[in-house]
Design a protein. Structure first.
Ligand code: SF4
Length: 219
């Protein structure tokens, strides 16, 4: 996992407007310190079957944010986000190379839960509920160069599109409503092959537009 190489002193989420400069100086948190705290986090380790191993990709210069669900077992083992069949499909959807995908100055990857949550009867368990309140706003606040957010699956869409009621399908069908800053996507898991067959407009309409947008954003 690559670490951010710049010092960025910023104020915690939600308080920037109301604090005096003197108070701001007291609460400033450096980005390297924040990233160390995230990577050392064991807040919900008691609930994680393989223990805490936060997996994210972050640099404040990133132009694209991928907001996903949580690492799977294979990703937990490798420590590399989307280093699996879902990642291969996602890169194909986006039309970008592995080099670009794993360049943190281009793409930030922040799942709703940073650690593998375990597996239930019908697939991976939901992201741990402790994670987003602990870290998400603090990290999102540092993405000051963001041009495009890809919101993958139900948990990330409930967080990033709180007013968008309905299902993943209805949100993705309404993609033009959020364009060009936010694009809701289904999970690229091979488990979603049936969804892709039932929704051919996704590959024929949304993906070509998304590839063109990414090409502009990452140029
Ligand atoms: S899932 Fe999030 S809150 Fe839980 S241990 Fe990992 S980084 Fe910490």
């Amino acid at each position: 996992m690559r670490h951010a190489s710049v010092e960025a002193c910023l104020v915690p989420s939600g308080h920037r407007e109301s604090r005096s400069p003197a108070l701001v100086s007291l609460v400033m948190v450096s980005l390297p310190q924040l990233l160390r705290e995230v990577r050392d986090c064991a807040l919900c380790a008691n609930h994680l079957p393989l223990g805490a191993r936060p997996i994210l990709q972050f640099h404040p210069a990133a132009r694209v944010l991928i907001a996903g669900q949580a690492p799977g077992r294979k990703t937990h083992a490798s420590g590399v986000p989307f280093d699996d069949a879902s990642g291969d499909r996602l890169r194909d959807w986006l039309g970008i190379s592995r080099d670009t995908f794993y360049d943190p100055k281009c793409v930030a990857i922040l799942p709703m839960g940073f650690c593998y949550p375990g597996t239930g009867r019908s697939g991976d368990l939901p992201p741990r509920p402790e994670c987003a309140p602990a870290w998400r706003e603090k990290l999102l606040d540092r993405l000051n160069n963001l041009k495009l957010t890809l919101v993958i699956g139900d948990y990330a869409q409930e967080y990033h599109l709180p007013d968008a009621k309905g299902t993943v399908t209805s949100r993705v069908q309404a993609w033009k409503k959020y364009w060009p800053l936010v694009v809701p996507l289904p999970h690229p898991s091979p488990r979603n092959n049936i969804w892709l067959r039932r929704n051919p407009w996704f590959e024929s309409e949304l993906l070509p537009a998304l590839r063109e947008r990414l090409s502009d954003v990452l140029a």
